[in-house]
Design a protein around this ligand. Structure first.
Ligand code: BDR
Ligand code: CA
Length: 313
């Protein structure tokens, strides 16, 4: 089978960085058509730069990186330096990238790619706020039916919120965009906090990256060392959730994940619960299924995959 074509839409972020590395390390399974940066964890000028840093680290400077939207559709940007540090990739010292940023806007790249590739052959992988994807769908509604699948990190049901008591960060930053995406009618697989909080970077797992003895392995260990301090203090857990790599791991090894096909809607109006993913996990409504909502994973298998693939970079 030929590799699955994807666009990674991202706001790196250490966990986004690991997701990008996993994708770039898996050319037999995944063809990265482009990486589109969006404002999220940190402002856009840093997320696009961080995406390029990660491509260079992976030894793939030919990867095309595009800058997209610098602010959500309606509201001001909310960022997460308290988790990821001032640069978004805090931890080890990093050199500025030398590979170029593409001149085309990320939204136009998404539109053009979906129009040019055969219909139903491109999967969108959002790892940050959904602004770029929703703006592309708004600007060019004809592309929506051409999307193969959307596999995204965002939302929560059992774990509820991480940025407010009710909302997960990626959805909270741009609920209007999330609402556009969740109502688009194409197949959506969701990696909510319910599953990512089971993908914890324990000491033993971080040591496996360090034991690779490569620049990339050292960097992944240092990044995860840095950002796990926040979640360990907050949740009292033995590590931090490696959220975004769940999206890429699902494309490579879907058997590692289990979930339910359910209705998910986004709260956009309530000031108290804005950005909440209202997930009908228990099937208490007759609302139509619009999402494959993941709830569990084989965490050891997930880390085995990360170590095996990232070890090849
Ligand atoms: C999500 O928010 C970001 O901080 C992470 O990169 C991840 O995409 C988790 O809520
Ligand atoms: Ca992210």
């Amino acid at each position: 089978m030929s590799p699955r074509k994807i666009i990674i839409d991202t706001d790196p972020g250490q966990d986004d960085a690991v997701a990008i590395l996993l994708a770039l390390a898996s050319p037999g399974d995944i063809e990265v058509l482009g990486i589109t940066a969006v404002a999220g964890n940190v402002p856009l000028h840093l997320t696009e730069k961080n995406a390029r840093i990660v491509c260079e680290l992976a030894g793939k400077p030919d990867t095309r990186v595009f800058a997209g939207c610098s602010a959500p559709m309606l509201q001001p940007l909310v960022t997460a330096e308290h988790v990821h540090g001032k640069t978004g990739l805090d931890g080890p010292q990093l050199d500025d990238p030398t590979m170029p940023l593409e001149s085309q806007h990320a939204v136009d790249f998404i539109i053009e790619t979906l129009r040019n590739e055969p219909s139903g052959t491109v999967t969108l992988c959002p790892l940050g706020p959904l602004t770029n994807i929703a703006m592309a769908f708004r600007k060019a509604p004809d592309i929506v039916e051409r999307v193969q699948e959307i596999v995204l990190m965002g939302g929560a049901y059992f774990e509820v919120g991480n940025i407010t008591p009710a909302a997960e960060f990626n959805i909270y930053v741009d609920p209007e965009a999330a609402s556009v995406v969740f109502s688009c009618g194409r197949p959506i697989t969701v990696m909510p906090l319910d599953v990512t909080h089971k993908a914890l970077t324990t000491r033993a797992r971080i040591d496996r990256f360090r034991a690779m003895g490569t620049k990339v392995g050292d960097m992944v260990a240092a990044w995860t060392d840095f950002f796990e301090r926040f979640d360990m203090e907050k949740y009292g857990s033995e590590g931090a959730p490696l959220h975004d790599p769940c999206v890429i791991a699902y494309l490579i090894a879907p058997q590692l994940f289990t979930g339910r096909n359910i209705n998910v809607e986004i709260e956009t109006t309530s000031p108290l619960t804005r950005g909440m993913t209202v997930a009908d996990w228990w099937g208490v409504t007759n609302k139509p299924v619009n999402a494959h909502f993941i709830g569990d994973l084989d965490a050891e298998g997930f880390y085995d995959l990360l170590v095996e693939r990232i070890g090849q970079l």
